[in-house]
Design a binder for this molecule. Structure first.
Ligand SMILES: NC(=O)c1ccc[n+]([C@@H]2O[C@H](COP(=O)([O-])OP(=O)(O)OC[C@H]3O[C@@H](n4cnc5c(N)ncnc54)[C@H](OP(=O)(O)O)[C@@H]3O)[C@@H](O)[C@H]2O)c1
Length: 340
């Protein structure tokens, strides 16, 4: 189902799910991971997004260890009925920037939702995701606990992140899943192995995260270790440093050339590609590029109006296969790791 408002097109987020702008906003970088944030500009970006028809706002309890949810609270309070608010549970952290523990058990979920509701200053979360899967906890327990939250009115819709196609099917049989959020971009296409097919078949919307390859696809940086600050998470991502970054930078030539020929930007080509790749599968897709700058928000939402030609798509097709280096320093919590 689709519709039009003054801004970008609106689509249904999963069969029977809420209507949302066809592009959402990733808010993670406003609190952590990508260097210093200008808070005023970040708040202007939230307002600009809403103005442009973006309604899906994405956070997680783990971003800034609660700080990102707290940062969003005033925006949520001002626009509660106009936005679809998504947050996530499951990741535990320590002072080691690379440590990630995963909790999927019922007791943990029941505590996590209360913490998120309090930090967000709301009494209901529109879309509650399990951020990572702990294969030692049966999905029936985790999704069952999430379903209880729906019954209790604390959560409206359920989502999963970084699960395989088989896991998505198993979870959906316990309770309808509205959205699957996993990394999907010109550089990261492992979800096309099983998750994309399962989502299409089940009527689950796909929410591609890091659709700009964490900024690398835009040309904003060429080597994370040489150009970004010491606390920037991208320093730890194997594909963004050293020889891998050099190899991967060379893959961007067709993105730049297509952008130049169209009077568009590489970011817009990368976003248009995700949108169209999903259309090939017949899948509803709501990418959530992250930005803290109103000008980039406008640039990114404008990409929803670009249709790439078959010739352009075939120039972009080989890119992912050439990417050197994993997307995480530790791939063990990704869906790809459990697909073999
Ligand atoms: N489920 C998960 O496991 C998971 C994992 C990672 C992320 N996420 C979610 O997905 C969202 C998006 O992913 P992401 O932020 O990691 O990566 P992304 O959207 O691929 O890229 C974000 C980076 O690109 C820059 N950028 C944005 N628009 C740009 C443009 N038009 N031109 C040049 N640079 C641009 C941003 O910088 P500025 O901010 O300075 O503009 C930021 O550094 C996150 O905010 C988060 O909500 C989920």
């Amino acid at each position: 189902m689709t519709g039009n408002t003054a801004g970008i097109e609106q689509v249904e987020l999963g069969r029977g799910g809420p209507l949302v702008g066809v592009q959402g906003l990733g808010c993670m970088g406003m609190s952590e991971f990508y260097g210093d944030t200008d808070e005023a500009a970040a708040r202007q970006t939230l307002d600009a997004a809403l103005e442009a028809g973006v309604t899906l706002f994405d956070t997680a309890d783990v971003y800034g260890r609660g700080a990102n949810e707290e940062f969003l609270a005033p925006f949520v309070a001002a626009h509660r009925d106009r936005i679809t608010l998504a947050t996530k549970f499951a990741i535990e952290r320590t002072d080691d920037p690379l440590y990630r523990g995963v909790r999927n058990d019922r007791a943990y979920i029941r505590g996590a939702v209360e913490d998120s509701l309090r930090r967000l200053g709301t009494d209901v979360i529109d879309l509650y995701y399990m951020h990572r899967r702990d294969p030692d906890v049966p999905l029936a327990e985790s999704v069952g606990a999430m379903a209880e939250l729906v019954q209790e009115g604390k959560v409206r819709h359920l989502g999963l992140s970084e699960v395989t196609g088989a896991e998505l099917r198993e979870a959906h049989a316990v309770h309808p899943i509205a959205a699957l959020q996993s990394e999907w971009s010109l550089f990261s296409r492992d979800v096309e192995r099983s998750a994309v097919g399962a989502a299409t078949e089940l009527g689950v919307a796909f929410v591609p995260y890091s659709p700009l390859g964490r900024g690398f696809l835009t040309g904003a940086f060429a080597d994370a270790s040489a150009e970004l600050t010491a606390d920037d998470f991208r320093q730890y991502q194997p594909r963004f440093t050293g020889d891998n970054a050099k190899t991967n930078g060379a893959l961007l030539t067709p993105v730049r050339e297509i952008a130049q020929a169209r009077g568009a930007t590489p970011a817009q080509i990368a976003l248009a590609w995700v949108q169209q790749r999903a259309a090939v599968h017949g899948l509803t897709v709501v990418p959530i590029p992250g930005t803290r700058k109103p000008s980039r928000l406008a640039e990114n939402t404008e990409a929803t109006r670009i249709t790439l030609t078959p010739a352009e798509l075939s120039l972009l097709e080989p890119i992912a296969a050439g990417v050197a280096g994993d997307r995480y320093p530790d791939m063990s919590h990704t869906s790809a790791a459990r697909e073999g």
